[in-house]
Design a protein around this ligand. Structure first.
Ligand SMILES: Cc1cc2nc3c(=O)[nH]c(=O)nc-3n(C[C@H](O)[C@H](O)[C@H](O)COP(=O)(O)OP(=O)(O)OC[C@H]3O[C@@H](n4cnc5c(N)ncnc54)[C@H](O)[C@@H]3O)c2cc1C
Length: 429
């Protein structure tokens, strides 16, 4: 079966075009690598998309001794609309010896309820770190290469065909230039507008629109923000805003996220937020937007020899829309199970390995997503309860801090604390 169609959702605000960062959408064939044409032969694993999910998958499959080809339409470093918040579970899922290119380390959070009732909470221990995604993703790609994966950039995957008939052991991955690559297993990690996800039949029950501005500010303003973020529980149901300082590059990443469908009000929220923060006098270097999508609980995670991971699979924390740790964790699992799929000789064995992947995802991230949905539902109805709890109730602040540090999870909090369950139940009534 072949997929086709536009990779971009028409309602999606354009991601910034950075001619020097994004490789041309070339019809040209990729350059041979050291005289070897990557289009030749059959790869064990082809990974589509070299974001955190794809690089993780490529790293894991290569570490299992498989021949891995990692494809991306962009040339790294590339811009990605993202706050770049690296929470504990992200840090814990990185390849060994990976050095995170932190722009800042967060020790304090200023909370606001739609611009009011501001309160700053501090932690002696670092809560989480902030990165520029271009830099972070480049390092992840390099780590995958060091593990043995072969990277080809500037190639857009346009379709995928699982061979039927005699040879059911290969998948053909078609590129925009009409050529194709053969693989024993494919990992689709091509982001939230994923073509591979469409082929697999991934379905979503939550789609949000995130808008961001990268705002370069003078040194004295950067200093004010160093080590501190701002979180604003917003005026639209389930919405919130953030300021994530990228101190080393003198930039504040200011963003908002809200359910898709009311783009104008989301835009207005961002403009109001920037104004209220006293930042509207500074000209953003980048303004962009992107959709985030959460999978329905029964959405498929594979089809034949093709697995999906990260945003492509709709794996994202529903309340915070945190996705880097989901991408890293699911990417690694997808790489490990794709390594097994590549060895599978029969459709039954392929199915068994793909089911193992689905089980691993559902038992871990699936449980987390379920808890996140409960949190979001409660938060949508009573954001002020969340605000009061995190600002005024010490255990609630500690739970927030421990979650960002990776010492607990929303699911664990719901299991352990009757008060959290009561808060969620009360808020969603
Ligand atoms: C406004 C906003 C703020 C966010 N802030 C945070 C945050 O602070 N912390 C956090 O954890 N998460 C955050 N997220 C979520 C996070 O950005 C994503 O969940 C994460 O990037 C998912 O990683 P990925 O590898 O699955 O996909 P991506 O990072 O999107 O990578 C996909 C890759 O696939 C490539 N690709 C796409 N299509 C093709 C194709 N057809 N052929 C070849 N290559 C292709 C792309 O070029 C890209 O490199 C935010 C999201 C938004 C929208």
């Amino acid at each position: 079966m072949t997929d086709s169609g536009s990779p971009r959702d028409p309602s999606l605000p354009v991601e910034p075009s950075l001619p020097d960062a994004i490789a041309p959408e070339s019809g040209a064939a990729p350059e041979p690598l050291d005289g070897v044409d990557p289009m030749d032969g059959v790869w064990d694993v082809v990974v589509v998309g070299a974001g955190p999910a794809g690089s993780s998958a490529a790293h894991a499959a290569a570490a299992h001794g498989r021949r891995v080809l990692l494809l991306d339409k962009a040339e790294h470093p590339r811009y990605k609309t993202c706050g770049g918040g690296i929470i504990g579970p992200s840090r814990d899922s990185l390849p060994r010896d990976f050095k995170i290119p932190f722009q800042d380390r967060v020790h304090a959070v200023t909370f606001a309820l739609n611009g009011r009732y501001t309160r700053t909470r501090r932690s002696r221990r670092m809560l989480f770190g902030l990165v520029n995604r271009g830099e972070f993703d480049l390092r992840l790609v390099e780590a995958a290469q060091q593990a043995g994966a072969v990277l080809v950039t500037g190639v857009t995957v346009t379709g995928i065909e699982q061979q039927g008939g005699e040879d059911r052991r290969t998948v053909a991955v078609t590129l925009a230039d009409g050529r194709s690559v053969q693989a024993r297993a494919v990992v689709g990690a091509d982001g939230s507008a994923s073509r591979i996800g469409r082929h697999v039949g991934v379905t979503f029950d939550q789609i949000d629109l995130g808008l961001e501005a990268e705002i370069p500010v003078p040194e004295d303003v950067v200093r004010e923000w160093a080590g501190r973020i701002h979180l604003d529980w917003g005026p639209l149901p389930g919405s919130y805003g953030w300021v994530f300082p990228k101190t080393d590059s003198g930039t504040l990443t200011v963003g908002v996220i809200s359910a898709r469908g009311d783009g104008e009000r989301t835009k207005q929220y961002l403009a109001d937020y920037i104004r209220r923060l006293g930042l509207s006098g500074f000209t953003p270097s980048v303004e962009s937007g992107h959709l985030t999508r959460c999978r329905t609980e029964d959405s498929p995670l594979s089809r034949g020899r093709v697995l999906v991971a990260g945003d492509a699979a709709g794996l994202l924390e529903p309340w915070t829309r945190e996705g880097i740790s989901y991408a890293l964790r699911s990417g690694r699992l997808a790489g490990e199970w794709a390594a097994q799929v590549a060895e599978a000789a029969s459709p039954t064995e392929v199915r068994r390995q793909a089911l193992n992947y689905a089980f691993a995802i559902k038992a871990g991230l699936g449980v987390e997503m379920r808890a996140g949905r409960v949190m979001l539902e409660a938060f949508e109805r009573r954001p002020h309860l969340f605000h009061a709890a995190v600002c005024l109730v010490a255990p609630a602040w500690r739970a927030f801090a421990r979650t960002t540090q990776g010492q607990t999870t929303f699911a664990q909090i719901m299991r352990q604390y009757a008060a959290a369950r009561r808060l969620a139940a009360m808020a969603s009534r």
